[in-house]
Design a protein around this ligand. Sequence first.
Ligand code: ITT
Length: 185
Amino acid sequence: MKLKVITSNPGKVAEFQKAFADMGIEMEHLRLPYDEVQTSELEEVVEKGMAEIRAKGVRDFIIDDSGMFVNALKGFPGVYSAYGQKTIGNDGILKLMEGVEDRSAVFKCCIGCDIDGRTIIVTGTCDGYIMREARGSEGFGYDPIFSPDGKRTFAEIGIEEKNTMSHRGNAIKLLRDALVKVDNH
Ligand code: ITT
């Protein structure tokens, strides 16, 4: 089985490839821009994105909309995470958090999968903390400043371990369960 991972972000592709290797599902990177509607719900972005991609005749694919929601910043950057990363970046988030005691944040990931004419939409979350400085060189995006346990950042623990606990890893577990059911039908 082969699925196209439609994203502009190679970091996401690497995580999908690692997580599905043992299931014999090949993940192929496809860059195909689609509209990300401005809404407060990741699921809505995914549903609309899937419809747009299907309208272009593409089948058997995965899309992923994710974001980091910082409690002390009232959920920012949240659904604006890609924009936040491009503009203020990790240094900007650390600046906004200077002197802030509540470091709690949650990462969310919504995955939409089109397979054999079916739609599977799953969401995973991961609670954690914004560190006081960036650390680590693996991963992508906010990984150097986000830590699930307040000790090591996602950029320090690496893809394999990150997948066992991350928002995307948790969504992937649900997707794997759903794909096994599709296979058994
Ligand atoms: P596509 O929309 O093309 O898939 P993107 O990077 O723009 O790629 P999103 O729209 O889902 O992805 O935006 C999510 C933002 O949050 C983006 O800036 C990512 O770098 C960041 N992000 C998402 N998952 C992350 C993770 O596991 N670790 C660190 N940062 C992450």
